[in-house]
Structures are given as structure tokens and as C-alpha cells.
Design a protein around this ligand. Structure first.
Ligand SMILES: Nc1ncnc2c1ncn2[C@@H]1O[C@H](COP(=O)(O)OP(=O)(O)OP(=O)(O)O)[C@@H](O)[C@H]1O
Ligand SMILES: [Mg+2]
Length: 248
């Protein structure tokens, strides 16, 4: 469904991505693992069209996304939840969610959008209780829920999640991962960027390991977890400590 083909990206002299290729199929949760500075956020931004690749292309359902305006990428079904959540602090939870449906504001979408509101509140019960609360006053976990809910309001086929567990307590992290696990049932595939490798692999079907801008390994969650050398060489043993997940 999502296909990234031989993508290169540089920030001036800094080469951030080299010949990166990956796929995310229908109903799949795929994790992208890597240390700080490996290029994870850069890759998500190239996929969502915020950055234009120097080489290579991104396809969704066989259609080339690279070079399209971001609003068209969202309409095509690909939505990014940014690192650090970036909710609109002074706006209420409901207003943040409404903004997610910006591309579906015509009358023909009205019924489906109101169904999706209820679906988001069903998926994230704490948000239902805080509809009128300014999003900036929510806890970190609740803000992550707003960011994910806002993205789901665009009815994505593929959701890009950038470090959803960042700065969250283990219990809240588990809650977020449990919600991510449910997304494929709703017709939404996931590309999950995480430094919490164990947590991510506990919900992902497959994973890729990115180091210094290149994909060094790809395989099933079990293969990545089972490879001690890979863990230590590419992720560092500390990435597997303090896990909130179970081995699949
Ligand atoms: N706006 C920028 N200008 C110049 N260099 C940048 C910029 N953004 C990122 N880089 C560089 O590109 C490389 C990849 O950064 P990126 O943010 O994609 O990494 P990351 O894997 O998301 O890291 P983290 O886990 O810390 O979020 C790093 O070397 C970083 O310094
Ligand atoms: Mg990042």
C-alpha cells in the first residue's frame, strides 16, 4: 500500500537518508527503529511530503505522492502525527479534532465526520470527558491521544506516528500502544517510529532498523528481538530496557 523507493535526503551537506526503501501493507503495523539522529523523523517528513526527496519516490496505492501538496497527500489517505504532538494548545479537544477533518469539510462528508468523532471518542475515552478543555492543559498522554485522534479525523489509510511514547510513563505508553494495535481493524495501517523498541515491536508485525540514514535490517518483530548483535549494534542495549511490552 505504502511504498518508499530508494529515497535520499540531505540537509545541506548533512546526508540524512541514503537509498531508503520500505513498504507498509494493508492492515500492517510496521515499526521503524533507530537511535537519535538516525533519520526517522526526516523519513516520515519525506513520506508525508513535508520534505522533498533529492532522489527516489513515495507511492500510496500505486500513486506517486512525492511532489504533491501536503493537503493532497492527506486527501490521498496518508497522515502524520508529529513528534512532540503539536496540538493547538488554546483550542479545545473538539476543535483540535475538527481541524483533523479539514480536508473533509464539505456537506457530503458531514455524516461520516460526525461518526468519526464518536469513533475517536470511543477509542480515547479520556478525550470524550474533556471535549471542551483547552488541549494545552491536558497531560502528555492525553495530548498524544488528541494528536492521534486529530490524525484519525482525516480518515487515513496509513498513519505515520513519530515517537508516540516520548516522555510518557510506562502505563500510559502501554495504553497508547494498545490503541495503536486496534488501528488496522479500522482500515488504517501504521508506520510507527519509536526509540522504545520493545514496546513498538510488541505491537508491530514487522520492523526496519535505521542507522545513519540507511536501512540496516528488516524483518519480523521476533527476528529483530531475537538478534542480540542487531540489538546491541544498532539500537544499544538500553533501548530494550524498561520495556512496556511483551515479546511477541
Ligand atoms: N532542519 C535540519 N537541518 C539540518 N540538519 C537536520 C535538520 N533536521 C535534522 N537534521 C539532521 O538530520 C539527521 C537526522 O535527523 P532526524 O531528526 O531525522 O533523526 P531522528 O531519527 O528522528 O532522531 P530523534 O530520535 O532524535 O528524533 C540528524 O543528523 C540531524 O542532525
Ligand atoms: Mg525524530
Amino acid at each position: 500500500m505504502l511504498s518508499v523507493q530508494s529515497v535520499d535526503y540531505s540537509y545541506g551537506p548533512v546526508k540524512a537518508l541514503r537509498e531508503v526503501s520500505l513498504t507498509v501493507g494493508p492492515g500492517e503495523i510496521v515499526s521503524l527503529l533507530g537511535a537519535n539522529g538516525a533519520g526517522k523523523t526526516t523519513l516520515l517528513s519525506v513520506i508525508s511530503g513535508l520534505l522533498a526527496p533529492a532522489r527516489g519516490q513515495v507511492l500510496l496505492g500505486g500513486q506517486v505522492l512525492s511532489g504533491r501538496k501536503t493537503s493532497l497527500v492527506v486527501e490521498a489517505g496518508l497522515v502524520q502525527v508529529p513528534e512532540g504532538r503539536q496540538v493547538f494548545g488554546p483550542l479545545s479537544v473538539e476543535e483540535n479534532l475538527q481541524l483533523g477533518a479539514y480536508c473533509r469539510r464539505g456537506r457530503q462528508h458531514r455524516q461520516q465526520v460526525s461518526r468519526d468523532f464518536e469513533q475517536v471518542y470511543h477509542l480515547f475515552p479520556p478525550l470524550a470527558r474533556r471535549r471542551r478543555q483547552p488541549a494545552g492543559t491536558l497531560s502528555g498522554g492525553e495530548q498524544q491521544m488528541v494528536a492521534m485522534g486529530r490524525a484519525l479525523m482525516a480518515a487515513p489509510k496509513v498513519l505515520l506516528l513519530d515517537e508516540p511514547s516520548l516522555g510518557l510513563a510506562p502505563l500510559v505508553t502501554r495504553e497508547i500502544f494498545d490503541i495503536i494495535k486496534k488501528l488496522p481493524e479500522q482500515g488504517c495501517s501504521v508506520l510507527l517510529v519509536e526509540q522504545n523498541a520493545l514496546g513498538a515491536l510488541s505491537v508491530a508485525h514487522r520492523g526496519y532498523v535505521l542507522t545513519n540514514g540507511s536501512i540496516r535490517f528488516s524483518g519480523s518483530a521476533a527476528e529483530i528481538l531475537g538478534d542480540r548483535q542487531l540489538r546491541e549494534a544498532f539500537l544499544g542495549p538500553e533501548r530494550f530496557e524498561g520495556s512496556t511490552g511483551n515479546k511477541p
